[in-house]
Design a protein around this ligand. Structure first.
Ligand SMILES: [Zn+2]
Length: 142
């Protein structure tokens, strides 16, 4: 799937966002190593701090759909999913970069790159993940 097509999936997910307080809908689409795509949207809460970003919503769905929640001791457990490309789209702002917390959570699943919208052309801008979160702490560091 092309970065532009993945960005379209993120825009579609953003249309489902629950963002009554900020009115800032965001969608995320994750292209996984097996070629599948999972999406998520931001979900806000009256207690603002409990709001959930689109990226982490998509990762929650990824865990459900890949069965990756099973412990490694389970021989039938699938390998930990890997994110090839993560598209993030805000319907009211471009580019819409992931927040610091989401960068860390994306790193947990070996995110290779992100794609966001260019401010003027609305076309895709692909950024290598190492440039987004340099010197990251992750599973390999434990
Ligand atoms: Zn976030």
């Amino acid at each position: 799937m092309s970065p532009d097509a993945l960005l379209d999936r993120a825009r579609e997910a953003a249309a489902h966002a629950y963002a009554p307080y900020s009115t800032f809908p965001v969608g995320c689409a994750l292209l996984l190593q097996d070629g599948s795509v999972v999406t998520g949207c931001n979900v806000e809460n009256a207690s603002y701090g409990l709001s959930m970003c689109a990226e982490r919503g998509a990762i929650s769905r990824m865990i459900i759909e890949t069965g990756a929640n099973r412990p490694p001791s389970d021989d039938s457990a699938p390998p930990r999913p890997k994110i090839v490309l993560a598209a993030i789209a805000g319907l009211k702002a471009a580019p819409c970069y992931p927040c610091g917390a989401c960068r860390q959570v994306l790193h947990e699943f070996d995110c290779g790159a992100i794609v966001v919208e260019d401010n003027e052309t609305k076309g895709p801008v692909v950024i290598d993940f190492a440039d987004l979160l340099p010197h990251a702490f992750g599973p390999a560091d434990l």
